[in-house]
Ligand binder design. Structure first.
Ligand code: PMP
Length: 414
């Protein structure tokens, strides 16, 4: 990290913002208010520079080359695995399969772990609040195996009805899947408790950590789950990066999903043998530059510290929620007791997309749509919501600008 990106000890949001080049741009002549962080986060200069340095100074393929550049590239790529393993407190770096994101991670578990174990009549349990990446892979393999996908319900506040989840953990359930944090509601699920109940019944648990890792320290050992999927681009890293953490014994038992270079020990027409995990699951040339960036992103998070991040984000969440309640006709979706800074809402009499389009003209970036969570939209009986998702580099002043813009554009639509 260079002097320009040195981190203050106390959380100083203005200094932090100075680390993010994009935050100083304007949109439609207005200062940008970027509230679409659950979609993808912005990147600090430390990440951008790490990627730039890789291409300028040591671009080479990993693992195959013995030359200096190849060794430097391999060491940076494998170094990112070490950092990520420490970041989520994995017992070993070999438990971390580097993927293109959560979607690849859940699909890897679906095809390599679950499908070979599923029999007709079996089930996979998930919840109504999941992203499609934690629903559709299970449906695809259930269809092939003659199994079913069950969904545990939530309540009107957007909290998982945990007792119902436990009741649904019946003997035919061969895998349970739950999001750590909802990308639409911000709800934090009691993953430890869920993992404990799954363990009691001998049912493996997959946790979708996409929206948790950007906001809170994650300790996969303490959570007690079997699989933890995450995506890099929501945690300050380049797109096309992510990981599947899985317990060693699961990875050892899983056949490879993709075949090709990098994942073999010896290829013969009378029987190919495979590399040990995690390389067994990493066929082909990976997103090396992306993972170099992810390594820098983890350094950046650690220099800030999650305590400071959490305090600032929770302040923003409370402030934004309070300010939004002042807007006439506004309904918030997701009022769980424990939330990350994601606020979904609708304004009576206005279409979500119209509001988002008009907000954009005011410089405010929020997402409108179904947020890849159709079953959740069906639960609330709406086709779409607006979603303001905040990050530690956002400010109360931006919240004020957002609410003022919303009040203004709402009037245009009335
Ligand atoms: N799960 C959740 C909760 C998400 O928010 C997202 C991204 N919107 C995903 C999974 C999928 O992540 P990716 O597209 O990076 O694979």
């Amino acid at each position: 990290m260079n002097a320009a990106t040195a981190i203050p000890t106390a959380f100083d949001v203005q200094r932090v913002r100075a680390d993010f080049p994009l935050l100083s741009r304007s949109v439609h002549g207005k200062p940008l208010v970027y509230f679409d962080n659950a979609n993808t986060s912005q990147k600090p200069a430390a990440v951008i520079e790490a990627v730039d340095r890789f291409y300028r100074e040591y671009n080479a393929n990993v693992s195959r080359a013995v030359h200096c550049l190849g060794e430097e590239a391999t060491s940076a790529y494998e170094g990112a695995r070490d950092k990520l393993a420490a970041f989520i407190n994995a017992t070993s770096r070999n438990e971390l399969v580097l993927t293109s994101g959560t979607t690849q991670a859940t699909n890897l578990v679906a095809y390599s772990y679950a499908l070979p174990r599923l029999k007709p009549g079996d089930a996979i349990l998930t919840t109504v609040m999941e992203h499609h990446a934690n629903i559709v892979p299970w449906q695809l393999i259930a269809q092939r195996a003659g199994a079913t996908v069950k969904a545990a319900p939530i309540d009107e506040r957007g909290e998982l009805i945990v007792e119902r989840f436990f009741e649904l953990l019946t003997p035919e359930v061969k895998l349970a899947c739950v999001t750590h944090v909802s990308n639409v509601l911000g709800t934090v699920n009691p993953v430890r408790e869920i993992a404990r109940e799954c363990r009691k019944r001998g049912i493996p648990l997959l946790v979708d950590g996409s929206q948790a890792v950007p906001h809170r320290p994650v300790d996969v050992q303490a959570l007690g789950c079997d699989f933890y999927a995450l995506t890099g681009h929501k945690m300050l890293s380049p797109t096309g990066t992510g990981a599947l953490w899985a317990k060693k014994e699961h990875l050892a038992d899983m056949p490879p999903f993709f075949g090709g270079g990098e994942m073999i020990r010896e290829v013969r027409f009378d029987g190919t043998t495979f590399a040990e995990p995690p390389h067994k699951f990493e066929a082909g040339t990976p997103n090396i530059a992306g993972f170099v960036g992810l390594g820098a992103a983890i350094d950046y998070y650690q220099s800030l510290g999650f305590e400071a991040i959490h305090a600032h984000e929770q302040d923003l969440l409370a402030f934004a929620t309070e300010r939004l309640r002042e807007v006439p006709g506004l309904r918030i979706f997701g009022e769980a007791a424990e939330k990350e800074p994601v606020i979904s809402f609708l304004v009576e009499g206005a279409q979500a997309t119209d509001l988002a389009t008009l907000l954009d003209l005011q410089g405010v970036a929020v997402r409108s749509g179904h947020h890849c969570a159709h079953p959740l939209m069906q639960f609330f009986g709406v086709p779409a919501t607006l979603r303001a998702s905040l990050a530690f580099y956002n400010t109360r002043e931006e919240v004020d600008a957002f609410v003022e813009a919303l009040v203004k554009v709402r009037k245009l639509l009335m």
